[in-house]
Design a protein around this ligand. Sequence first.
Ligand code: DX5
Ligand code: ZN
Length: 231
Amino acid sequence: MKGSPMPQCCINPSILSADFVNLEAELQRISNADAVHVDVMDNHFVPNLTLGLPVVQRIQAVSPVPLDAHLMISDADRWAPGFADAGLASVTFHAEASIAPVKLARELRARGSKAGMALRPATAVEPYLDMLEELDMLLIMTVEPGFGGQAFLDLTLPKIRRARAAIDGSGLEVALQVDGGITEETILRAAEAGANVFVAGSAVYGAQDPGAAISRLREAGSLTLRSKSGE
Ligand code: DX5
Ligand code: ZN
């Protein structure tokens, strides 16, 4: 839509598809990324278990790019602030896992992190639109959270469009992130619908050259965002 400034296209690779034994080297392979997406799972909010705060802190210490933590954990109100205290650039909690999302978003910002909130594919965005000003990023999951390598859910595209319209209408600078099944093909549809921050796990770490995969994704995303804004 013309009139709104073009949002910046960001590519945030997910280390869920990286070699966990060689994380430091795996992080160096994505040094041209905008941020590294760190998936924290508790085997409760999602049926999978990854890593917790101590490992995230070590990743933070060696990462060449800022951290974008995606907390797929229950009782986010209790646990998310600790990730902001660790100095992470951005902390995203799930709306479905928070009793008091406004309070939590404020707490994350007060501790110096950007505040992100995520929605599962079947969670409507409308009940949360009045709290956009409390957020730096809205994450619309494009697969059911829990595992990498799943297929992009096209049923999320109308929600991405509605979220983009609300963000542009508000005049706020809220990043719109999508996560799950992002490839050089699906990024075109997600960007066209209005997303501007793209998480990609298998499409980056499954490639021969992750750095080149990031560049290709960025090219595809930017091109679509530019043509949308009429530039
Ligand atoms: C899924 C995670 C994603 C996942 C993305 O629950 O939140 O970040 O790692 O992986 P791909 O890009 O393979 O779908
Ligand atoms: Zn994620």
